[in-house]
Ligand binder design. Structure first.
Ligand SMILES: Nc1ncnc2c1ncn2[C@@H]1O[C@H](COP(=O)(O)OP(=O)(O)OP(=O)(O)O)[C@@H](O)[C@H]1O
Ligand SMILES: [Mg+2]
Length: 336
């Protein structure tokens, strides 16, 4: 099957400067996003998932900077190099919101507290509609209805703080999708809501994706969410992708010891007993990422003199499955 790439990240390095030193939050990340797919980005806290999203949208905090690498957005045969655009340039603002939209863990991040949600959604619709005769308010109500918001025509005049957490999530999704983006990035979209609303929000996002033909990046530390919603999964550790595969292959035959440890750490219910196997060791200090493979300090398959000295190269397990690990480098040699 021929897949069209909508976003390509190559060898991205995003750093933060602070009094304590430099954090290599994203440290040589490469990733492709295909048309109409749901890609999961998974990994422990602090591995650079949110900074990857901020880099794509060019919304890094002041002390953060993309120091090298490319992020290319492809649309209708054109390509746009995002990393070469200034954050507040006209081109970047047009991509952000119109082409690539984001929803956050905490909806209040998206909304201004002093305007009604309707006015905020209408503003997005007006900014991005091609036809000025379109009734932006009617379209905003329509968008809210699509998210399953009850009484959308009344809710539109409410302020964000008047809504419950679940309703705010819906309003945020309505706002993010009002411009019909090609790419939706959802950063931990469900961690702030309870399990029932979580399931509703995820199925809503997937319905909207079918309706609007978008690609979706779901950022999460929850492997259950990954298993239920994604087509492909990238596993990140300390700013790098360790393994990428279709969701089926990742769970069926994880190759990287880190992926295996992550999958093993999920509680398994066997009879009455729930088993949790924690990953040994702790994530190294982000100011001082170990040389070689960043996971080697915790890896059960650590090869001294190799894993602590050289950066692992990519091994193709199959067309849709790549792993960066010396344990599998030999398999490649045998293949060649
Ligand atoms: N503004 C900042 N200044 C300094 N360091 C930062 C800043 N933002 C993020 N970092 C650091 O960058 C690294 C990656 O952070 P990031 O927020 O991307 O992690 P994450 O994978 O999204 O984690 P979580 O699952 O907790 O959301 C961390 O070490 C974090 O402390
Ligand atoms: Mg995060």
């Amino acid at each position: 099957m021929d897949k069209n790439t909508v976003l390509e990240i190559s060898d991205l390095h995003t750093h933060f400067k602070s009094k304590e030193g430099t954090v290599r939050a994203v440290d040589g990340l490469s990733l492709s996003l295909y048309e109409d797919e749901v890609l999961g980005i998974v990994g422990e806290s602090g591995c650079g998932k949110s900074v990857t999203a901020q880099s794509i949208l060019n919304i890094l905090p002041k002390n953060g900077k993309i120091v090298s690498g490319q992020i290319t957005y492809f649309n209708k045969g054109q390509s746009q190099e995002i990393t070469s655009l200034l954050p507040e340039s006209k081109e970047m603002r047009s991509i952000r919101g119109k082409e690539i939209s984001m929803i956050f863990q905490e909806p209040m991040t998206s909304f201004s507290p002093v305007h009604t949600i309707g006015n905020q959604i209408v503003e997005v619709v007006e900014l991005h509609r091609d036809d000025a005769t379109i009734d932006a308010r009617a379209q905003a109500i329509n968008m809210l209805e699509l998210t399953g918001m009850p009484n959308a025509s009344e809710i539109i005049d409410a302020y964000p703080h008047n809504l419950s957490g679940g309703m705010r999530q819906r309003a945020m999704i309505a706002m993010a999708l009002s411009c019909h983006p090609k790419i939706l990035i959802a950063d931990e979209p469900t961690t702030a809501v309870d399990v029932t609303i979580q399931a509703q929000v995820l199925s809503l996002m997937l319905d909207m994706r079918n309706e609007l033909n978008m690609s979706v990046i779901i950022i999460t530390h929850d492997l259950g969410v990954v298993a239920e919603t994604t087509d492909r999964v990238a596993v990140m550790y300390l700013g790098k992708v360790m393994e990428i595969a279709t969701v089926y292959e990742l769970f069926d035959s994880p190759k990287h010891p880190y992926t295996q440890a992550l999958i093993n750490s999920v509680p398994k219910t066997s009879g009455e007993i729930t088993k949790l196997v924690p990953i040994t060791g702790t994530v190294p200090n982000p100011y001082n990422i170990p040389a070689g493979c960043p996971f080697h300090t915790r890896c059960p398959d650590f090869i001294p003199g190799v894993c602590d000295e050289e950066s692992p190269i990519k091994t193709n397990i199959s067309a849709d499955h790549q792993v960066w690990c010396f344990k599998h480098a030999d398999e490649k040699k045998q293949e060649n």
